[in-house]
Design a protein around this ligand. Sequence first.
Ligand code: ZN
Length: 99
Amino acid sequence: MSLKKIKRNNQKRIKKNLEKDMKQKMHMFDKLGEECLACKEKFDKTDGTMVSSWNVVVREDEDKVNLYCPNCWEFAQKIVKEVFNEQPSAKSDVLVEEQ
Ligand SMILES: [Zn+2]
């Protein structure tokens, strides 16, 4: 096989993968909810600012997309941090001990 042909095959494969990836993303985009999962604030997927500031959590195993507004996301992060700080047996703490 000539180098040119290999290159062309690779490009073909990359393009195919990209198309598949795009399709999957569009599919997930279709599944986007219309409101924040926590506070039920309306989400407008045609609003670019909203799309870029809201947090989308893709649960591929459940084929679901969870949507959180920036406020709820920040709150959730804080809770997660607090919970982990309160657990002495948490993995992250063990790692710190070893250092
Ligand atoms: Zn919210």
